[in-house]
Design a binder for this molecule. Structure first.
Ligand code: C5P
Length: 305
């Protein structure tokens, strides 16, 4: 039996370029891994089967559409294993369809767990390629820490970061579909008259002030540089998130933004004490389902114990 811990992510910068011919958008995506995470346990079994526990377990698909099952089958196929056998149990803490890459995290964790269970010793570069086939956010869940993702987010460059940053995540009622949020971003750009294709929108780049704030471990500077090009689209689809962002800011957060495609809202705070206070205020505000205090960066998917 192998248990793998895997982090959720928040995008401290999500620069979104134009719509490409393949349906994806070029990104300047600064991923930040946080301690709020899932655990995936692999045990030997007949066929590929899944189970899930946790408060949101009912929202997690347990069929072959789940990225954990797809990861197990992809790894097996890569090694010529015709009839893979594994049961994967997902202990779910990452909000489902929340913009924190929870499904991608489980895919990355399943790659690592099956690799260990089946004693395959797959080199990391190969695991990263398989991860990119599974989804744009899966490679980052393997590496963790803080990294700049280019292309559709899968071309990763680790970034220097000093110390620990403290975060609060406000979990919304219900999720948002990532493709729907990207489509809304394109629609808003068309409406604004700027155009939405990759010939209209300049390729985004990482913000030097944000990179400096990370390297210096400066939460005030990082808070000032937080930026998410998908935020207007998430707010357009879910206007109530404006009240959540306001509640966290009024409770003393240094900075606030929608996490990825949302609807989870992320709040950067000064320290662990401020995190507990802001999480408490958010829970009491009635503007979210629950709130979690956490920290990062933390490593990517790794075998526990
Ligand atoms: O790569 P992944 O399967 O997670 O992406 C889900 C969807 O999100 C894509 O089908 C696409 O609609 C959108 N997406 C995008 N540009 C990216 C990443 C994702 O448009 N860079």
């Amino acid at each position: 039996m192998i248990t793998v811990r895997v982090p959720a992510k928040v995008n401290v910068q999500l620069g979104v370029g134009g719509l490409r011919a393949d349906g994806f958008h070029d990104l300047a995506n600064v991923f930040f891994a946080v301690a709020l995470g899932d655990e995936v346990t692999a045990t030997a079994a007949e066929g590929v089967t899944l189970s899930c526990s946790g408060p949101d377990a009912a929202a997690v698909p347990l069929d072959d559409s789940n990225l954990a099952a797809r990861a197990a089958r992809l790894l097996a196929a890569h090694h010529g294993i015709a009839d893979p056998g594994v049961h994967l149990h997902i202990a779910k803490a990452i909000p489902v369809a929340g913009g924190m890459a929870g499904g991608s995290a489980d895919g990355a964790a399943a790659l690592v767990a099956c690799d260990a269970l089946w004693q395959l010793d797959t080199p990391l570069p190969v695991l990263l390629e398989l991860a990119a086939e599974l989804g744009s956010d899966v490679p980052f869940a393997l590496v963790g820490g803080v990294a700049l993702g280019r292309g559709r987010g899968e071309i990763l460059e680790p970034l220097a970061v000093e110390g620990t940053f403290h975060w609060v995540f406000a979990v919304a009622e219900g999720g948002l579909s990532t493709p729907a949020v990207f489509r809304e971003c394109d629609r808003l750009r068309e409406e604004a008259g700027t155009g939405s294709s990759d010939t209209d929108v300049p390729t985004p780049d990482a913000d030097p002030a944000l990179l400096a704030a990370l390297a210096e471990g400066d939460p005030v500077a990082l808070a000032a540089a937080l930026a998410n090009d998908l935020q207007p689209a998430a707010l357009s689809l879910r206007p109530a998130l404006a009240a959540t962002l306001r509640a966290g800011t009024e409770a003393g957060a240094l900075g606030a933004l929608v996490s990825g495609s949302g609807p989870t809202c992320a709040f950067l705070v000064k320290d662990a004490e401020a995190a507990a206070a802001v999480a408490g205020a958010l829970r009491a505000s009635g503007t979210c389902r629950t709130a979690h205090a956490t920290h990062g960066p933390v490593p990517g998917a790794s075998v526990a114990g």
